[in-house]
Design a protein around this ligand. Structure first.
Ligand code: NAD
Ligand code: TYD
Length: 363
């Protein structure tokens, strides 16, 4: 049995991880530490039984230390971050604060609690991104754990710095760390600023689908539940001090992802006439292809051209392999967004911020 502290557990991947862990390790204790920034949403944790959510900032080292002691935490899984590249271009300071200083604050607290008085068994798992490795040419070999770091955006630079801090706390102080660098996630509870949920919701509303540049940028798409299984594999079987690359085995140009999305929305409307009543502004409601919404816009500055992951180490050492193809994962994701309209409407109109009032006001 373990006592887990999950930072950023009210965000997209963190919340999926909490649900996953609750289901697969029901005897473990799970505490979520989250500052509930715009990306944090209490509703993401609805239905996760026996999970305590503590609203706090990872930069508050004293609070983190108290939490580690109070709940006798032995495993910290660190998701909390500013995570959107476009936001980092417009406002890099928050990324430096949260991703770098916040990670240092967690490491400081973990060291104080876990390494004092001869130490106790523990694990600090740091969740990072393949973006720290920079960008690939069309024929370059995929990123692996030995690829030199070459981050290009303020986001990826801040994540790269945090990876280095985690590594240093292991080598210098003996903190028992692991790190995973994964590719682009998609799935339930993803904030609709990222490509897949943004384009899905826009297609349902008949709004333009803004394609950056030529749309030929390549990402490796990883269903979030496969990512959670990868983190589980690292926690259970990974070697301390090591890093593991986790991918989805689905390297696709953006334009292919967007065309798949448009075709899937069209097929869903064709199969279920009730969708046309729910989403009357969708082109698909009138039998017009959703692809008619595709619009080319200016490219993102410094836009990385290609990411790809060689996950040989994770496969051979810890038995990780993605369980879904992109087609399967995407179909399940579309179904989730169609079935959970209340969730994304509350995010779009901002009322998710009032979740506590709505749910507890009368109690
Ligand atoms: P997200 O933006 O959806 O969620 C981030 C969470 O962290 C939110 O709940 C937010 O409230 C919380 N948070 C932010 N600042 C905080 C602070 N100072 N103190 C406490 N909590 C704070 O992000 P995500 O997409 O779920 O990503 C989770 C992690 O995975 C991040 O570290 C990100 O870099 C990494 N990652 C994400 C992807 C992806 O495709 N989304 C890919 C690779 C790696
Ligand atoms: P995003 O979901 O922001 O993830 P990341 O930048 O971390 O890879 O974007 C995925 C890809 O989609 C990326 O190449 C940028 C592109 N993109 C668009 O073309 N239009 C958009 O509106 C967004 C949000 C992303």
């Amino acid at each position: 049995m373990s006592n887990l502290l999950v930072t950023g557990g009210a965000g997209f991947i963190g919340a999926n991880f909490v649900h996953y862990w609750r289901q697969h390790h029901p005897n473990d204790k799970v505490v979520v530490l989250d500052a509930l920034t715009y990306a944090g949403n209490r509703a993401n944790l609805a239905g996760a039984n026996s999970v305590s959510l503590v609203e706090a900032d990872i930069r508050d080292t004293d609070s983190v230390e108290s939490l580690l002691r109070e709940h006798d935490i032995d495993t910290l899984v660190h998701f909390a971050a500013e995570s959107h590249v476009d936001r980092s271009i417009h406002g890099p300071a928050a990324f430096i604060d949260t991703n770098i200083l916040g990670t240092m604050s967690l490491l400081t607290a973990a060291r104080a609690v876990w390494l004092a008085d001869g130490g106790k068994p523990h694990r600090f798992h740091h969740v990072s991104t393949d973006e720290v490795y920079g960008t690939l040419g069309p024929n370059d070999p995929a990123f692996s754990e030995t690829t030199p770091y070459a981050p290009n955006s303020p986001y990826s630079a801040s994540k790269a710095a945090s990876d280095h801090l985690v590594r240093a706390w292991h080598h210098t102080y003996g903190l028992q760390v692991t790190t995973s660098n994964c590719s682009n996630n998609y799935g339930p509870y993803q904030f609709p600023e990222k490509l897949i949920p943004l384009f899905l919701i826009n297609a349902l509303h008949g709004r333009p689908l803004p394609i950056y540049g030529d749309g030929m940028q390549i990402r490796d798409w990883l269903h979030v539940e496969d990512h959670c299984r990868g983190i589980e594999a690292v926690l259970l079987r990974g070697r301390v001090g090591e890093t593991y690359c986790i991918g989805g085995g689905a390297e696709l140009p953006n334009i292919t992802v967007i065309d798949t999305l448009c075709a899937a929305v069209d097929a869903a409307f064709a199969a279920d006439p009730a969708l046309a009543e729910r989403f009357p502004h969708a082109p698909a409601a009138r039998g017009v292809p959703s692809a008619s919404l595709k619009t080319t816009v200016a490219d993102r500055p410094g836009h990385d051209r290609r990411y790809a992951i060689d996950e040989t180490k994770a496969r051979t050492e810890i038995g990780y392999a993605p369980a879904r193809t992109f087609e399967q994962g995407f179909a399940a994701t579309l179904r989730w967004y169609l079935d959970n309209e209340d969730w994304w409407r509350a995010v779009l109109d901002g009322s998710y911020r009032d979740w506590v009032d709505q749910n507890y006001a009368s109690r």
